[in-house]
Design a protein around this ligand. Structure first.
Ligand SMILES: CC(=O)[C@@H](O)[C@H](O)COP(=O)(O)O
Ligand SMILES: NCC(=O)COP(=O)(O)O
Length: 257
C-alpha cells in the first residue's frame, strides 16, 4: 500500500503557445491568456522554459506571467525551467518564482533529453542551488530515473527532482512499459528516502499519465506542455485541463486501490 500523498499537481507548460505566437507579429495566441484560462480551469501551476535562442518563451513572457500569477493567482505555482549556467538565473533573480527547475540543456538543444549527472555536476550546481534557496525559490533538478543519483541530488541542496519521462513515454504500449514504470517507481522511492520531493515531465500525455501517477510514489507535480497543447487545439484550454486532471484523479484512485 503506497503511503498517502497529496494530489499530484498539474503545471501547464505554455512554451508551445509562444512558439505559434512567434510566427507572426500579432501577439496571438496570447501566452498570458492561455495561462489565465488554464488557471481558471483549475491548473495548479504554469511552467515555462525560456530557452537562450528565444524560439518560444521570451523574457517579456516570463515577466508577464509572473505578474499574472502574483496579482490574480497567488495560490498557484510558477515554475521556470532552464540551464542555470546559461540564462535561467537572471529570471530567477528578477521574478523569484515558486520553483526553479534546473535542466542541463545546451543552447541549441532540439528539446530536453537528459538529466544532470552526479558527481560531475555537483560542484557547479551547489552555489546556484544555494542562491535560489536564499531567494526563497524551491529548486528541482531534472534527472534521469537513476536511484543511485538521488542522495547526491539532496547533497547539493535541491528540494526536489523532476523525473525526465520521455523513456517511459516511448515505452508506453510496448512490452517494455512495465519495466519502465518499475524503473521510475524505484527512482522516486530513492528520491523520497533521500528527502526529496518528486516531480515529473516530458512527453506525458492523456494515454500514459494515469498509469504513471498510479505507480510512482509521492508524485507532487507533473509539468505537461507539448501533448497538452496538442489536445487543447482540439478541446480548448479549459477542457484540456479537465481531461488531464481526470487522468491524474484516475491514477490517484488506482494508487489507493
Ligand atoms: C525540461 C522539459 O522536459 C521540458 O519542460 C522542456 O521545457 C521542453 O522544452 P521544449 O518545449 O522547448 O521542447
Ligand atoms: N518539464 C516538462 C515540461 O514542462 C513539459 O514537457 P512536455 O510535456 O512539453 O514534453
Amino acid at each position: 500500500m503506497t503511503a498517502a500523498y497529496p494530489r499530484t499537481s498539474l503545471s501547464v507548460n505554455v512554451n508551445k503557445v509562444a512558439l505559434v505566437r512567434n510566427t507572426r507579429h500579432l501577439g496571438i495566441p496570447g501566452v498570458a491568456r492561455a495561462a489565465r484560462l488554464c488557471l481558471a480551469a483549475g491548473a495548479q501551476g504554469i511552467t515555462v522554459h525560456p530557452r537562450p535562442d528565444g524560439r518560444h518563451i521570451r523574457a517579456h513572457d516570463v515577466h508577464e506571467l509572473a505578474e499574472l500569477l502574483a496579482q490574480d493567482w497567488p495560490g498557484r505555482e510558477y515554475n521556470i525551467e532552464g540551464n542555470p549556467t546559461q540564462n535561467l538565473m537572471e529570471f530567477i533573480r528578477a521574478v523569484r518564482p515558486s520553483q526553479a527547475t534546473f535542466v542541463p540543456d545546451g543552447e541549441d538543444q532540439f528539446t530536453s533529453d537528459h538529466g544532470w549527472s552526479f558527481p560531475q555536476d555537483a560542484e557547479r550546481l551547489a552555489p546556484l542551488v544555494a542562491e535560489c534557496r536564499a531567494l526563497g525559490v524551491r529548486v528541482s533538478l531534472f534527472m534521469d530515473p537513476v536511484p543511485e543519483q538521488m542522495q547526491a541530488v539532496r547533497a547539493v541542496g535541491a528540494d526536489r527532482i523532476e523525473l525526465y519521462t520521455e523513456p517511459y513515454a516511448c515505452a508506453w504500449g510496448t512490452p517494455q512499459q512495465e519495466e519502465q514504470l518499475a524503473r521510475y517507481a524505484a527512482a522516486a522511492q530513492a528520491a523520497l528516502e533521500a528527502g526529496l520531493g518528486v516531480n515529473a515531465g516530458h512527453d506525458l500525455n492523456q494515454d500514459n499519465l494515469a498509469a504513471f501517477v498510479a505507480r510512482v510514489p509521492g508524485l507532487l507535480e507533473v509539468s505537461i506542455g507539448h501533448a497538452f497543447m496538442s489536445d487543447a487545439l482540439e478541446l480548448g484550454y479549459a477542457a484540456a485541463v479537465r481531461a488531464y486532471q481526470q487522468c491524474i484523479d484516475d491514477g490517484m484512485a488506482r494508487r489507493r486501490s
